[in-house]
Design a protein around this ligand. Structure first.
Ligand SMILES: NC(=O)c1ccc[n+]([C@@H]2O[C@H](COP(=O)([O-])OP(=O)(O)OC[C@H]3O[C@@H](n4cnc5c(N)ncnc54)[C@H](OP(=O)(O)O)[C@@H]3O)[C@@H](O)[C@H]2O)c1
Length: 275
């Protein structure tokens, strides 16, 4: 075992990220925190970003490969480009970008305002695109890279009361395919991961306002449990690493089979087949 990297020899060779720099947005908790931990365990130096410095520092304190904290709010105009500049002030290369920061937006169509739409699109879409575009030259200079966008099953299906949120996540998957086409010749792969129901702080409001929701939803999942942040982070590691070297422009749903249950329960039950 390499004494400097006690966890790395448990990771398959194709998943190792030694010498790579990985940026994770929204790294202060939930899925982003899990991604930061998994990428660090694979040997990457992780740049953690989010709005709350103390939370980012708490996560960074548990990492072993000289992590960097860059505090930033991704809502204002210009935030994605500005964050890229501040990241490149601190590290000399970027190989992996995990665009994870995002906010939910639960509103009926009648409740939805233009300000709501502007806010959720500014964080979930605009900054994601501009940060990616501003970091791409660094990846190209290093011979290529991997961008992983965290979208959602909400962008694939039509969830009630999620017009704006679903719109942002559908946009993320569409941009994933378009950027993969643009950047493929320069060696940058772009994929998205679409989580289903993952137990994080993002569900706290729904848990308190809709009694029984959490338990009801678990029954609709083939694997009969909510996902954990690590369930998503392990798929992110696959896309970050050489194990996915011939995969780009794809969206991988990580939902415990929830979409399959929904699809198989919609048609009327078939009669028994006669043999
Ligand atoms: N949990 C699920 O069930 C689920 C399902 C599908 C998709 N997703 C997606 O997965 C991603 C992570 O979700 P999560 O459940 O881990 O959420 P979470 O626990 O609420 O974490 C969100 C992260 O984004 C950061 N963030 C929020 N607003 C920001 C802003 N304006 N500027 C910069 N950073 C900001 C937060 O840090 P600060 O508050 O400190 O800024 C935090 O680190 C999101 O894109 C979400 O849409 C989640």
């Amino acid at each position: 075992m390499n004494s400097a990297d006690p966890g790395i020899d448990t990771i398959g060779a194709e998943h190792r990220l030694s010498g790579k720099v990985a940026v994770v947005t929204g790294a202060s908790r939930g899925i982003g925190e899990a991604c930061a931990r998994v990428l660090d365990a694979a040997g990457a130096r992780v740049v953690l970003t989010g709005r709350t410095t103390s939370d980012l520092q708490r996560v960074a304190a548990g990492l072993r490969h000289d992590p960097v904290v860059v505090t930033a709010d991704l809502a204002p105009a210009g935030a994605g480009t500005d964050l890229a500049r501040r990241i490149l002030d601190q590290v000399d290369r970027v190989d992996v970008l995990v665009n994870n920061a995002g906010i939910p937006m639960r509103r009926t169509p009648a409740q939805l305002t233009e300000a709501d739409l502007d806010l959720v699109f500014s964080i979930n879409v605009r900054s994601l695109a501009m940060l990616s575009i501003a970091l791409a030259p660094s990846m190209i200079a290093g011979g290529g890279g991997s961008v992983i966008n965290i979208s959602s099953v909400a962008g694939v299906h039509g969830p009630l009361g999620r017009v704006a949120y679903a719109g942002t996540k559908g946009a993320v998957d569409a941009m994933t395919r378009a950027l993969a086409a643009d950047w493929g010749p320069q060696g940058i792969r772009v994929n998205s991961v679409a989580p289903g129901l993952i137990a994080t702080a993002i569900w706290e409001e729904a848990r308190s306002t809709v009694p029984g929701l959490i338990e009801d939803l678990a029954g609709q999942i083939a694997l009969k449990r909510w996902g954990l942040s690590d369930d998503v982070a392990d798929v992110v590691l696959f896309f970050a690493s050489d194990a996915s070297r011939y995969v780009t422009g794809e969206t991988l749903v990580v939902d415990g089979g929830m979409a399959r249950v929904a699809a198989s329960s919609s048609p009327p039950a078939l009669p028994e087949l006669e043999t």
